[in-house]
Design a protein around this ligand. Structure first.
Ligand code: TGC
Length: 412
């Protein structure tokens, strides 16, 4: 699937010179032998997802991003590859894999696009995880196998127009009325809501306690307008969830979720996946820049021969390598059951900033060609602006870690 830019013509009809770029030549980045830390099974699963991405996703993702469409036909492939709930127990349809395997999967899928990893993160970490962790047996049996198989699509409804970083201030209410709850409120930035079947809605009950409620999205009073006005995550469906006196059975409440730590614990799972995923986006950008640096001739030599370009490439590779080590260590701690949310914040903060910086630097190595959709770089760069911000902004994670090391709370 080589894209020879010398044969290519830009939208405006201009030819693009001698540079070449072949995304299929991608073989990962492993400068310090991290592969040796993985099991044979982990390497095999990663390679399977990588091959799928190269063959089935890369050829179509740019077109979807340009058109602002999500390639929904891939959802079944994601299920087949075990990308939906990979680290949840097999009993309910999860993959039963280690957290390092889960991370590797997110890394490979985000090499294609952060929007696709968002789809998997939301389904697995923000919908399946809370049902598994906090749900009743009936809720687990009803939803988890269907979600793992992509027979049902879920979304997570926490953020509100006026409550992003401070979800504890949420205004959405779940009022008890006999055997039902009546939900009213406005949620925003929910991946998949307008194509979804079920939402995990976080709302305050009559006692003011935050609870989790499973809301089927075809219930009267639910609307999920899609947010179209965005330059980032264009190949993902992002929606509002508007609840106007929506009635659900009381049995739809997640019985074990009490308080803000319910949704925050789900975010910890998703943030962990993000810390791995963005390594894939960064590595895709680095790979494009490295290929370009070796092929692009200026002043009768490849631009990679110039010290300024080499410095950029080394900086990118170095920062990706450090992020890989952090992600791997996080996975080890998570598999041991000793990972703390604050450590996840450190990795989410570091790795997202790293990926955004790498994408920007790669775009500069590519020169003017870097703005073209023929390369993945500008798309990743724009996507990573969202990833830096969602599931806890860079600043919120700074203050979470700051609180951890000083004992002083910026939020109180
Ligand atoms: P705080 O006092 O810190 O915590 C309240 C309770 O929760 C516990 N806790 C956690 N538990 C598990 N994992 C975590 N990460 C946790 N963080 C806190 C904590 O121990 C406490 O438990 P307890 O037993 O004492 O009650 O609460 P706070 O109000 O001070 O929190 C502050 C802050 C800023 C850290 C928190 O609110 C926060 O993380 N804010 C950022 C929220 C965020 O990430 N929002 C984005 C949501 S993503 C989204 O809606 C769209 S993306 C998904 C999609 O694509 O669809």
């Amino acid at each position: 699937m080589s894209t020879s830019l010398s044969d290519s013509v830009a939208v405006d009809g201009a030819t693009l010179g001698s540079a070449t770029y072949d995304p299929a030549a991608y073989d990962g980045l492993d400068y310090v032998g991290l592969d040796d830390l993985l099991t044979d099974e982990q390497r095999a699963i990663r390679d399977e997802v990588r091959a799928f991405v190269t063959a089935e996703v890369l050829p179509l993702i740019e077109e979807h991003a340009q058109a602002m469409t999500f390639p929904m036909h891939l959802a079944k492939d994601f299920a087949r590859l075990g990308l939906l709930g990979p680290n949840l127990p097999t009993e309910y349809g999860g993959g039963g894999h280690s957290n390092i395997t889960y991370g590797l999967m997110m890394q490979e899928i985000e090499r294609a696009d952060s929007g696709l990893r968002s789809f998997c993160s939301v389904q697995g970490s923000l919908v399946m995880y809370p049902i598994w962790r906090y749900g009743s047996e009936a809720q687990k049996r009803r939803w988890l196998p269907a979600l793992a198989q992509a027979d049902a699509i879920g979304c997570f409804a926490l953020t509100e127009p006026d409550h992003g970083s401070d979800p504890g201030g949420m205004e959405t209410r779940a009022t008890r009325d006999g055997g039902e709850y009546v939900l009213t409120g406005h949620k925003r930035w929910s991946t998949n809501a307008s194509e979804g079947d079920v939402a995990v809605v976080w709302a305050k009950d009559d006692e003011g306690e935050i609870g989790g409620f499973l809301v089927e999205l075809d219930r009267p009073g639910v609307s999920t307008p899609r947010i179209m006005d965005k330059w980032s995550l264009r190949a993902a469906i992002t929606s509002e969830v508007i609840l106007d006196e929506v009635r659900i059975p009381a049995s739809n409440r997640l019985p074990e979720a009490q308080g803000l730590k319910g949704p925050l614990s789900c975010l910890t799972q998703a943030r962990y996946g993000i810390a791995w995923g963005v390594i894939g986006a960064a590595t895709a950008c680095y790979d494009a820049a490295l290929q370009h640096a070796k092929n692009r001739i200026q002043f009768d030599r490849p631009i990679g021969q110039f010290q300024l370009i080499q410095e950029r490439l080394v900086d990118m590779m170095q920062e990706i390598t450090k992020a890989q080590l952090l992600a791997w260590r996080l996975g080890t701690l998570k598999d041991q059951g000793t990972l703390r949310p604050q450590q996840v914040s450190l990795a989410k903060r570091n790795n997202c900033q790293m990926a955004a910086d790498v994408a920007r630097s790669a775009r500069q190595v590519l020169g003017g060609n870097g703005v073209l959709g023929m390369y993945p770089v500008m798309r990743h760069m724009a996507n990573l602006e969202s990833v830096l911000t969602y599931e806890g902004t860079h600043e919120v994670h700074t203050l979470i870690v700051g609180r951890d090391i000083t004992g002083l709370n910026a939020f109180a």
